[in-house]
Design a protein around this ligand. Structure first.
Ligand code: FE2
Ligand code: FE2
Length: 356
């Protein structure tokens, strides 16, 4: 009698190596986590950060005598956020096959759009630029188009993590100045509660963006450590703020944020790179470089195992795994609340390649 093969066995795809996750399985796990995180994020965004660029601020109370330096900074923020439609369309396109990631990019775009409008209001209500000047400046900005900085979506996502953190830092540091907390003599007395509130509210959005993309990079780091660490190294060696090559008066803006202690190479290294590294369990740039180098050495019989495990020594995978477990608990709690859990729960699956 012929042996009966259950139909499910016929559909099973062969794995690369027994006991390991195939690429398709890893991709599915990453996609599920993104989808769960996106649903959680959207609910959270609507509940806690549903502000309006026009109505959430008392624009008439913004000072009319902000210094030239501060005006240069605000105008630069306005210029960078002006490319929100370009950022959004390019990013949506690059992840269009992923439900969680592409829908998230739409939500993200709707938040970035508010930033552009809020900074424009700040420029307008400062009364230091005429409405006509603003219209012409916008036209100039929009005559240029922003394109993705990297050809692949992992590197672009890694870039976005650093960029969101850098943007948050820029706004937080302006907020401190607007609250009178600065040691720079030329910025003393530039306090303004309206400006401080604008910078603070936008910085909270940027922190939420940073966290979403950070979780995304953690997922890739956990399931695809080699590719992700290489992307991280690639991004930090050539990082610049988005639209730096598009904004016509960028040098003046860069000089102003540098002089104000808002943002410069020191802040990038200390408050961006080190923060991202800590959040991803990467000890240092040196360690990262060494880890990548070790995996590229030509293996001989003795060093073969060493080479395979080298990548796991270049970051704290235990920390990343713990953070991913917490992320999944957060998603699962949300799915229990809604009822998704009863139908199709998101589950965390360990990567068997992770050393025990
Ligand atoms: Fe923004
Ligand atoms: Fe952002």
């Amino acid at each position: 009698m012929a042996e009966l093969v259950p139909p499910s066995a016929l559909l099973e795809r062969p794995r690369t190596l027994p006991g390991l996750l195939s690429k398709a399985e890893k991709d599915r796990l990453i996609e599920r986590a993104f989808l769960g995180l996106y649903r959680w994020y959207t609910a959270r965004s609507q509940e806690t950060r549903n502000w309006n660029a026009d109505k959430s601020f008392d624009w008439r109370k913004l000072r009319h005598d902000l210094s030239t330096e501060i005006m240069t900074v605000i105008q630069g923020f306005f210029a960078v956020e002006q490319y929100a439609p370009d950022y959004t369309s390019a990013l949506i396109n690059s992840v269009r096959r992923s439900h969680g990631r592409s829908h998230f990019q739409m939500r993200w775009g709707s938040e970035e759009e508010k930033h552009a409008d809020a900074w424009e209001n700040a420029v307008l209500f400062s009364r230091q630029r005429t409405p006509q000047w603003i219209a012409e400046y916008k036209e100039r900005l929009r005559s240029q188009q922003w394109h993705l900085p990297f050809p692949d979506s992992i590197t672009n996502m890694v870039y976005t993590v650093f960029q969101e953190r850098a943007t948050q830092l820029n706004y937080l540091n302006l907020m401190h100045i607007a609250r009178g907390k600065t040691d720079k003599l030329h910025l003393q007395g530039q306090t303004d509660p309206v400006l401080a509130k604008v910078a603070q509210i936008i910085a909270v959005d940027e922190a939420a963006h940073y966290n979403f993309f950070l979780e995304g990079v953690r997922l890739f780091l956990y399931y695809y450590p080699q590719k992700t660490l290489e992307a991280i190294r690639h991004v930090i060696t050539q990082f610049s703020m988005p639209a730096a090559s598009l904004v016509p008066d960028w040098d003046k803006f860069f000089e102003a944020v540098y002089r104000a202690g808002i943002y410069g190479p020191r802040e990038f290294s200390r408050d961006v790179v080190q923060v991202v590294f800590r959040n991803l369990g990467i000890e240092s740039r040196k360690r990262l470089e060494e880890g990548i180098k070790a995996t590229r050495e030509v293996p001989d019989f003795e060093s073969q195992t060493t080479q395979q495990t080298a990548i796991w020594r270049s970051f704290d995978y235990g920390l990343v795994e713990g953070d991913l477990r917490r992320l999944h608990v957060k998603i699962q709690d949300y799915e229990k609340e809604i009822g998704f859990a009863e139908l199709d729960p998101t589950e965390f699956v360990e990567n068997p390649e992770v050393p025990k």
